[in-house]
Write a protein that binds this ligand. Structure first.
Ligand SMILES: Cc1ncc(COP(=O)(O)O)c(C=O)c1O
Length: 353
């Protein structure tokens, strides 16, 4: 694939690696490519980071036909740069494309384009502990047209953001709020796709949770509002009586790459792990009888996020005395060690720049 590069004439001042925050700073360049029915995906190019000019009628603005991904590049102690399971992200992005009637792209070429972009931006991959370069590939519907149908034209772009820890709390337990008034996604809908509508659907309950002092929403299934699905923008795990339990992929849950990593590591460690339906009543009962040992979320942004408190209707339960549990710590350390090149990874998890 031929990628044309136009470099920025004016580079931004580089931020202090120790105060990056999350998602507010962007590098100097971005990758772009276009789709038309006549040419397919074409016009691959790296350009200065900047606004995308669009007609006010552009379909993505009205009908939300969009997919995106989130993955990271890490700097190892030796200074090299590596990616964690990037091919799984591009594979998932193509699955999301199918759900949203967006034409699929060549995943291997997209990864090549990402590597070329990061080669240009390599000084933006931060060096401070627990920092990384967050990567956001996105596809948007570009037809200027009012009327609900799939667009004929699209833009694929990749932007990069140097990031620190996702939560202001750092690796400390977060408080989560169970909602029965709102649902994020339903079976047969778009829950298993990474698309903007799912996040729009999550905002109202998230605002309500924040108003009550909670960091994230624990989503129940959209049909019976009984079974646990996800927490905020993470998958969720429970440790009950020594067994690691996570909701099975039901069609409305995002198949997280960190979730898959946790399950794979647990199996190699000989820890009992099951993917099954788990109701909120079972979680509350396990707490009641003293077998709910740990709860934690998993996702690219925070890796592992321990949960210290759950509010469900009138009940508030504290998990592990509000402290980080040993299993959450073990998964966090193991995954971080692999990501930063401190530990050997199973085959195909690490790709070097
Ligand atoms: C809704 C939702 N669930 C789960 C996850 C976790 O997925 P991954 O581990 O691939 O980052 C994400 C994204 O990070 C998400 O947005």
């Amino acid at each position: 694939m031929q990628i044309l590069s136009t470099l920025s004439k004016k580079l931004k001042p580089r931020p202090d690696d120790h105060h990056l925050g999350f998602g507010a700073l962007f590098t100097d360049h971005m990758f772009n490519m276009d789709y038309s029915p006549e040419k397919g995906w074409h016009n691959s190019r790296i350009e200065p980071y900047g606004p995308i000019q669009m007609d006010p009628a552009t379909m993505v603005l009205h009908y939300g036909q969009e997919v995106f991904e989130g993955l990271k590049a890490f700097r190892t102690a030796g200074g090299s740069i590596q990616f964690f399971r990037p091919k799984d992200n591009f594979k998932r992005m193509n699955r999301s494309c199918r759900s949203l009637c967006i034409p699929e792209f060549d995943a291997a070429q997209a990864f090549e384009a990402l590597k070329q972009l990061i080669t240009i931006e390599k000084e933006w991959v931060p060096r401070a502990p627990e920092t990384s370069l967050y990567i956001r590939p996105t596809i948007i519907a570009m037809d200027p047209f009012l009327g609900v149908r799939a667009s004929h034209t699209y833009r694929f772009f990749i932007i990069l953001s140097p990031v620190g820890a996702y939560y202001a709390e750092g690796f400390n337990p977060v408080k989560i709020w169970v909602t029965r008034d709102h649902v994020r996604a339903v079976r047969g809908g778009l829950g298993e796709a990474k698309t903007s509508g799912n996040y729009a659907a999550s905002l109202y309950a998230a605002e309500e949770a924040h108003r009550h002092g909670y960091t994230q929403v624990l989503w129940l299934d959209g049909v019976e509002q009984r079974y646990v699905e996800e927490v905020g923008s993470m998958n969720i795990f429970f440790v009950i009586d020594g067994e690691v339990v996570t909701p099975m992929l039901s069609g409305s849950i995002l198949p997280g790459i960190t979730r898959d990593t946790v399950i794979a590591l647990a199996r190699t460690w000989g820890v009992q792990v099951s993917e099954r339906k788990i109701s909120i009543d079972e979680v509350m009962a396990a707490h009641e009888n003293g077998t709910l040992e740990e709860v934690f979320g998993s996702g690219t942004a925070a890796v592992i996020s321990p949960v210290g408190e759950i509010k469900y209707e009138e009940k508030i339960i504290t998990i592990g005395k509000g402290q980080v549990g040993p299993m959450a710590k073990r998964f966090f350390n193991a995954i971080a060690d692999i990501q930063y090149g401190r530990a050997e990874a199973p085959a195909n998890w690490i790709e070097k720049l």
